[in-house]
Design a protein around this ligand. Structure first.
Ligand SMILES: C[S@@+](CC[C@H](N)C(=O)[O-])C[C@H]1O[C@@H](n2cnc3c(N)ncnc32)[C@H](O)[C@@H]1O
Length: 208
């Protein structure tokens, strides 16, 4: 039997979905399942603000977002579909959604991505929860195997202790990494935490 993986996310469900979002989950989500043709991956997209920004910035690329939190998936579906017809808006036709743990997606594909984004991964701040952190050394190596030539993994967090910890994990690989300043849209999670935290820091990891 395969070893059970440690769960890296919290809830799968939040408050009850509206009838429209439930309809989108049943009728639109199956139509935009990933088909192995995406060039950009975003892991743990929350409500999907940055997935939408990527879709607009790269209209010629296919973006796949992975997120196990059903209400987040429904929020993204609600935002990419016309409010009256429920058809996918033309500018978001390049979005695919994997509504589950990204490790299941990566296990079943040898897809290579030009960019892999991880914005505000759950910091799991208590020492006893450290094993739940997604950006473990082995996972970073797995992501690197899914990079296209010159591809990059871009990780952003405003949890500076987790930032240092991820840099430590990246240093355990033989990958190249740097910590540049990057200016991107604020995701919902970041906006919620702005009052009590500092600016996000970014780690960009590449194959040597
Ligand atoms: C703190 S939230 C940040 C959400 C979003 N990136 C933002 O900035 O608003 C972290 C997200 O990562 C998701 N997540 C955690 N583990 C995951 C995994 N193994 N695969 C995909 N998503 C995951 C969680 O469900 C959660 O929505």
């Amino acid at each position: 039997m395969e070893k059970q993986e440690i769960r890296t996310f919290g809830r799968r469900h939040g408050k009850r979905l509206s009838m429209r979002k439930q309809w989108l989950m049943e009728n639109v989500l199956p139509r935009i399942a990933p088909a192995g043709d995406a060039q950009i991956l975003e892991i743990g997209f929350g409500a999907g603000e940055h997935v939408r920004a990527l879709a607009l910035r790269h209209p010629d690329k296919t973006i796949v977002g992975a997120e196990p939190f059903a209400n987040g998936v429904a929020a993204l579906l609600g935002a990419i579909c016309d409010a009256t017809t429920n058809e996918i808006l033309p500018e978001y036709k390049n979005i695919r959604i994997f509504p589950d743990d990204v490790r299941d997606l990566l296990r079943d594909t040898d897809a290579k991505f030009e960019q892999i984004w991880v914005l505000h991964p759950d910091p799991w701040p208590k020492a006893r929860h450290e094993k739940r952190r997604l950006l473990q050394t082995e996972f970073i190596k797995t992501l690197a195997r899914h990079l296209a030539p010159n591809g990059e993994i871009i990780i952003g967090t405003d949890h500076w202790e987790y930032f240092d910890w991820i840099c430590g994990r990246a240093a355990e690989t033989n990958l190249a990494f740097e910590t540049p300043e990057i200016d991107i849209i604020k995701t919902r999670y970041q906006a919620k935490n702005m009052a009590e935290t500092v600016a996000p820091k970014y780690i960009v990891i590449k194959n040597k």
